[in-house]
Structure formats: C-alpha cells, structure tokens
Design a protein around this ligand. Structure first.
Ligand SMILES: [Zn+2]
Length: 299
C-alpha cells in the first residue's frame, strides 16, 4: 500500500510539472434563476472560491498564448487556471437587475471581489488582462441578437475601452457576426448561418476575423486582446490549419480557443486551444471540482 501511495503522489507531481492548464468559459447571459446550475454568475463566484481554497493562480489567457508560442513551459507549470467569457453581454461589466434573478453582480465585480493571486507574467506580458471576454464586433449583429434574445440593448460596446484599460477583463475577438441564426445576412459567401464551420475561405475569414479585430482595436483605443474564440466552438480546418497559421500579419491573433473540454498542454494546437464551458462540461460544483481532481489535485 505505501508503494501505491507513493506512486499516486508521484503521478500527481508529474501532472503539475507537465503543463496542463484548464481554460474555463462562462456566459454572462446564462441566467435563468439564482442557483448554480441556472446562473453563470453564481457559478463563477462559487468556482472562484473553490480555486482560491485550492490555491490555484490565475493565468492571463494572453500569457498562456505567448508562453505556448515561446515554448516557455516553466511559466506554465504549477496550479494555474485561465478564465474567459463569451458573447460580450453588458452583464459582463455592469451590475444589473434581472427579471429572473433579481440583482446580479457582473463578472467584473465578482472578479474584483474574488480575484485569485495572479501569476507573475510581467516580464513576458506587461499589462495582460487577468481574463478575457470575447466580443461580437458588428454593432448591427449585436442589435439584432439583442432584439431576438433580450430586447434591452444589452450588447453595447460603450464599456469595452474602459474595461480593457482596467486589466481585469480584456476585450477579445469572437468574430464579426457570430454567423448568428437570426441575422438576415452573415459574412459567409453562401449566407450559411448558425455554423462557424462554414467559414472556410480567405474572404470569409478576412471579414469574420481581421475586420472584427480592426473594429475591436478602434473601439478599445488599441488595447484589445489579440485572442480569438470560435463561435459555437466550431473550429474549421481551414482556419486552424491555413488561415490562422499563414496570415498572422493580417489577422494579428496570437491564439484561438475552441471548446474541446480538456486542459491546454504543450501539445495543444495553438489555433484550437481547448476550453471547458460552464453548463456544458460542468453543471454543478461537484463536476467543477472533478475537472481539477482529474488533473491530479485533491486539495
Ligand atoms: Zn458565442
């Protein structure tokens, strides 16, 4: 038995020495009540308490991308976690009343009150925001999506610059229009909606990614975070294998995130980094804890 115990301990150590960084994804619009399973804000707050207790440190997603690009494994060992947000609702930044949940604290407020110790990445990435929110760039698309979902003008960009400058939530790229189903026309040659897999030509990619980045850079005054998250988690082969690696000067992204449901390791594809999505890969605090215990941590 002592031998087995020793073996188990060694396995845990190896997992942390080898880099394996879970990247989490939350949606601030996912609010159906106040319980953990009904409300991504409740989930984020509780998950941060778990991570704090388990002594995880927050790694900036930009630092993760740069360390992977530089092959800097030393920066990526230890108990690290990255946090991201998709779709860029006002609930990311503003505390507001919600019809089903009452007063809701924004992700920004929750992070401000529960911020984990940040990994020191100063030499590698000065001013990298602690987390990143991926935004839909097109104002028209945001208005139509808002009318279909909420009708309360909840997808504004008026707070993006201020938010990006504060360093808690950076502003990242979630495409031009998300190829969202309710739009009349989307930036895809055959107007295929609801499937980012259909973005498989240079012209479509240029609109969905490069043009979106231009807009984000303008709105934030040049402090947008150069990271991309695939709408619907769809990572088309053309983007992963051709557009992203071959046109870096044009799109200016440093990495792209999908929703693969496993930790990032040095073997992960820089243009399809996996994330765990709240509500999809975990729905309860127990399932959340299991993600981390499966990595070898039982603190
Ligand atoms: Zn999305």
């Amino acid at each position: 038995m002592p031998f087995l115990k020793k073996l188990f301990k060694k396995k845990k150590l190896d997992i942390h020495q080898r880099m394996a960084v879970p990247v989490l994804c939350y949606h601030s619009s996912h609010i159906w009540g106040t319980a953990y399973s009904q409300n991504n804000h409740t989930a984020l707050e509780e998950d941060l308490r778990y991570l704090l207790h388990a002594q995880y440190r927050l790694l900036s997603p930009l630092a993760l991308a740069l360390a992977l690009r530089q092959g800097n494994d030393a920066l990526l060992t230890g108990k690290l976690v990255c946090i991201t947000f998709d779709d860029g609702m006002d609930f990311d930044y503003f505390d507001q009343e919600h019809k089903d949940a009452g007063f809701v604290k924004s992700f920004h407020t929750i992070l401000s009150q529960n911020l984990l110790q940040k990994t020191v990445v100063g030499k590698v990435v000065p001013n990298a925001a602690s987390t990143v929110a991926f935004m839909i760039a097109s104002e028209t698309a945001r208005q139509v999506i808002d009318q279909g979902c909420l009708g309360k003008n909840q997808l504004c960009d008026r707070w993006w610059r201020e938010c990006a400058q504060q360093g808690i939530i950076g502003i990242g790229n979630h495409s031009w229009d998300h190829t969202y189903e309710t739009l009349d026309t989307v930036c895809q040659a055959d107007n295929i909606k609801g499937a980012f897999h259909a973005i498989n030509t240079y012209a479509d990619a240029d609109q969905q990614i490069r043009a979106a980045q231009d807009y984000l850079d303008t709105v934030t005054g040049g402090v947008a975070t150069p990271l991309f998250a695939y709408p619907y988690g769809h990572a088309p082969d053309y983007l992963v294998n051709e557009y992203f690696p071959n046109y870096e000067k044009e799109h200016r992204q440093l990495a792209a995130f999908g929703t693969g449901g496993e930790p990032v390791t040095r073997n992960s594809n820089l243009w399809a980094l996996p994330r765990y999505v709240c509500g999809q890969h975990w729905r309860t605090p127990e399932e959340f804890g299991k993600i981390f215990s499966d990595l070898g941590d039982r603190s």
